[in-house]
Design a protein around this ligand. Structure first.
Ligand code: ADP
Ligand code: ADP
Ligand code: MG
Length: 454
């Protein structure tokens, strides 16, 4: 049972299906919204109702607030789940929902605004006593200011868009010259992607790990963490494989990291589920990177080790119910790994749209897929077609299950990254848990120039 009469899902693909599944279990009717390109998609068929909201272009469909609000009103939806990406971290959209008397399933608009601005988020976390990556405190107003700051911090530094996301709008620079060149181009890219060209810079941490903490907070002041996720297997600064727990943390570091995340979330009056991202250097020192004020792509690995349904938690928190701490085990249960399956070249990472001629997926693992055999992968949206999640009693067992599952996948008609995922699972450094955000480059080098071994 739920206080919500009907939930509209302002998203598409696998996350829309994921949200529908939980709503169905809780007997909440759902409304999908879809662009012309998604007319025949699985999530459209699976929702109780579906409303067309415009052409393929995201600006005219999934990012069009007016059309989405209209769809909610027409269908009588009293809550909107934004998923991830699109409008999920758009404070104006959250505000608009509230103004229309619709519950936005996420934190308040003011918290979204605060954390959506990386400069502001850094300031807040510093004030809360959470370590941040050494860098500038405010926006850079000129190249000269950037060069002076970089010289003080010491090269290499990372130039970043304050509004950035999805690995877009960041550039490593190693000298005054490089910084001078990168400044204008990064600002321009940030402006066109995020409508905001504000830049800042921070120390570039060499060979780091990306470790993040899942938190949940209700409207009654309770904040809990659901442990961490290791997300260092990345390409283009975007995750492709995630696992929980992190093989890098011992008990005392894990506790310190999770407590820092809780402290940070509490300090801003956070509500709903969210993720505090950290970068961890070779010495094990962790620094706050950013906060994602939404459900994360990789949330299933946390669900597997914590035994909870995070989408249900989002709905319950949004209804105003208190957190059920007792639902959490006293320690993570076993080990979980997620592989993101992308329609892309496994070596160049170029998207590979087209018709999926064959799609045979394994059993014995959790599958979160957006598509079925015969579907078209269009060039309009993120090329991720699905995720495979393996859960084992321990890390070796989770790796073994994942390898088996990847080996049984049959995908044809498009290029896909399964060969790269297999090479990661087979790599001795991955098996030893000894890898950093540079790891994918190593894997590509190690499998040579020929066809990638599958
Ligand atoms: P996560 O942090 O959950 O791992 P990703 O960085 O992989 O998420 O991004 C999740 C989705 O959201 C992807 O489809 C990505 O392209 C999209 N995305 C993330 N941030 C932005 C943004 N600021 N603008 C547009 N799309 C974004
Ligand atoms: P986004 O909003 O695009 O997710 P993040 O700030 O979370 O951006 O960074 C994405 C990834 O970029 C990180 O997981 C990490 O691999 C890399 N990165 C970001 N900042 C740094 C840094 N200061 N030093 C080294 N790598 C970084
Ligand atoms: Mg990030």
């Amino acid at each position: 049972m739920s206080d919500f009469k009907k939930v509209l899902i302002a998203n598409r693909g696998e996350i829309a299906r994921r949200i529908i599944r939980t709503c169905r279990r809780l007997s909440i009717p759902t409304v999908a919204v879809y662009s012309d390109a998604d007319r025949d998609a699985l999530f459209v068929r699976e929702a109780d109702e579906a409303v067309a909201i415009g052409p393929a272009l995201v600006k005219k469909s999934y990012l069009d607030m007016e059309n989405i609000i209209r769809a909610a009103k027409e269908t009588g939806a009293d809550a909107i789940h934004p998923g991830y990406g699109f409008l999920a971290e758009n404070s104006a959209f959250a505000e608009r929902c509230v103004a229309e008397g619709i519950t936005f399933i996420g934190p308040s608009a003011s918290v979204i605004r605060l954390m959506g601005d990386k400069i502001e988020a850094r300031r807040q976390m510093k004030a809360a006593g959470v370590a941040i990556v050494p860098g500038v405190d405010g926006a850079l107003s000129s190249v000269e200011e950037a060069i002076q700051a970089a010289q003080e911090i010491g090269y290499p530094v990372m130039l970043k868009a304050s509004a950035g996301g999805g690995g877009i709008g960041m550039q490593v620079v190693s000298s005054d010259d490089e910084l001078e060149k990168a400044f204008a181009s990064t600002a321009q890219r940030a402006g066109s992607y995020f409508g905001d060209d504000t830049l800042f810079l921070e120390k570039f941490i060499a060979a780091p790990r990306h470790i993040e903490v899942q938190i949940a907070a209700d409207q009654h002041g309770n904040v809990v963490h659901l442990w961490e996720r290791e997300c260092s297997v990345q390409r283009r600064n975007q995750k492709i494989i995630e696992e929980a727990p992190s093989p890098f943390l011992d008990e005392s570091r894990r506790e310190a990291l999770c407590q820092a995340a809780v402290r940070g979330a509490r300090s801003i009056g956070y509500t709903n589920v969210g993720t505090m991202e950290f970068i961890v250097d070779e010495q094990g020192q962790f620094y706050f990177l950013e906060m994602n004020t939404r459900i994360q792509v990789e949330h299933p690995v946390t669900e597997e080790i914590a035994g909870v349904d995070l989408v249900e938690w989002q709905l319950r928190i949004a209804e105003g119910r208190p957190l059920q701490r007792e639902a959490l085990p006293s320690a993570p249960q076993g080990h979980a790994i997620e592989c993101r399956v992308y329609a892309e070249d496994p070596r160049t990472f170029m998207p590979s749209p087209g018709k999926i001629e064959t799609l045979r997926l394994p059993d014995g693992v959790r599958l979160e897929f957006a598509v079925t055999e015969g579907d078209q992968v269009t060039p309009f949206y993120d090329p991720m077609i699905g995720k495979i999640i393996a859960h084992g009693a321990n890390r070796p067992e989770a790796i073994r299950k994942m390898k088996e599952a990847l080996g049984r996948c049959v995908v044809s008609g498009i290029k896909h990254n399964i060969p790269l995922l297999v090479n990661v699972m087979d790599h001795p450094d991955f098996q030893a848990g000894a890898y950093t955000t540079k790891f994918v480059e190593t894997v590509l080098k190690d499998c040579g120039q020929g066809e990638m071994r599958t």
